[in-house]
Write a protein that binds this ligand. Structure first.
Ligand code: UT7
Length: 323
């Protein structure tokens, strides 16, 4: 018998305001056609004035708790992936903890930018496998609209706001690759690539800053690294790409998503795609896609899923789990 971290609930929340590509045509030298063909994005949601990352995260967490049929005090820990927390401190996770009325356990943020949810899942799994928590609420939540340079057409058309959450629960299992739950993870980073994707401000430099990206360079690393990390995680689980029911990728660019699926030898029928509706929501994109994928009837219990993501750091990784 072995313990596994099994998904028992999932949910998401998107801010009300939907912004179509055409809105950017009014202020920037860009077109709906360029944004669609280069990125696959058609629209994105932006948080309302005063609506913060912890607001989005709390709503997603409530949806996941409802899906699992659990109360806040059934949760031992909250791990929240974000690069856009409400305040410098405390963590957005502890704000969510209070908002949920959870008076026990512990909560903290994980910061690995667009790879944040993969890092959070892997850490939540480690908390469960090391006996520090039996149920962990794992959230990805972002308000990237707050760090956009609205005069930079090469970045501001790509990102959106949102949140997704899932609940992992320790369950006994046979210890084989047929088990439900997280089967393997693979995490990587290489800080030498900082200049490819970063925010040019922060607490220690006394400003908020804006996102800066050399998009085509990040694209090159993404295509090279994502299939590799996914295959590494599958190897560790004793599985192959041909066993995968769903790739649930970080939703940054449809061409990266297609390139990764192709490298893994899987058709697009096996990929959950939400980039057209959400844009790049950084750490929120994978849990959003998991929740939407379940709602659409794509993801079902027993399905083998591989999630993969890359972003600022560079940081990248993959998680293999059976739903
Ligand atoms: O989630 C974190 C990870 N981030 C990513 O994965 C993003 C990865 N990168 C990308 O998705 C793509 O590189 C972009 C969508 C950002 C850009 O696509 P690209 O095919 O790599 O285009 P490019 O950066 O090489 O730019 C091509 C042209 C340039 O014009 P010139 O220099 O060829 O004259 C840009 O100035 O497209 C121009 N351009 C635009 N044109 C119209 C850049 N942004 C726009 C725009 N509208 N919004």
């Amino acid at each position: 018998m072995a313990g596994r971290s099994v998904v028992v609930g999932v949910g998401h929340y998107l801010p009300e305001r939907v912004v179509p590509n055409s809105e950017f045509e009014q202020t920037l030298d860009t077109t709906d056609e360029w944004i669609r063909t280069r990125s696959g994005i058609e629209r994105r949601h932006f948080a309302a004035e005063g609506e913060t990352t912890s607001d989005l995260a709390t709503n997603a967490a409530k949806a996941a708790l409802a899906d699992a049929g659990l109360e806040a005090d059934d949760i031992d820990a909250i791990v929240l992936a974000t690069s856009t927390a409400d305040l410098t401190f405390p963590s957005a996770a502890t704000m969510v903890q209070a908002r949920l009325g959870m008076t026990r356990g512990f909560a903290f943020d994980v910061q690995a930018v667009c790879a944040g949810f993969v890092f959070a899942l892997s850490n939540a799994n480690a908390l469960i496998l090391s006996g520090q928590a039996k149920r962990v609420l794992v959230i990805g939540a972002e308000t990237f609209s707050r760090i956009m340079d609205w005069t930079d057409r090469s970045t501001c058309v790509l990102f959106g706001d949102g949140a997704g959450a899932l609940i992992l629960e320790e369950q006994d299992s046979a210890g084989t690759s047929n088990d439900r739950g997280i089967l393997a993870t693979d995490l990587n980073s290489d800080g030498r690539y900082q200049e490819l994707l970063y925010v040019d401000g922060g607490v220690s430099t006394q400003s908020t800053g804006h996102l800066r990206m050399q998009g085509n360079q990040v694209f090159r690393h993404a295509v090279e690294k994502l299939a590799k990390t996914a295959n590494t995680a599958l190897d560790r689980a004793g599985l192959a790409a041909s066993d995968v029911d769903w790739i649930v990728p970080h939703q940054a660019n449809i061409r990266i998503i297609q390139g990764t699926a192709k490298k893994m030898g899987l058709p697009m029928e096996n990929v959950v795609v939400t980039v057209q509706d959400h844009g790049n929501t950084s750490a929120a994109s994978i849990p959003l896609a998991l929740s939407v994928g379940k709602q659409r009837g794509q993801i079902k219990q027993g399905d083998l899923i591989v999630t993969e993501a890359i972003g600022g750091g560079l940081a990248w990784g993959a998680v293999v789990l059976r739903w």
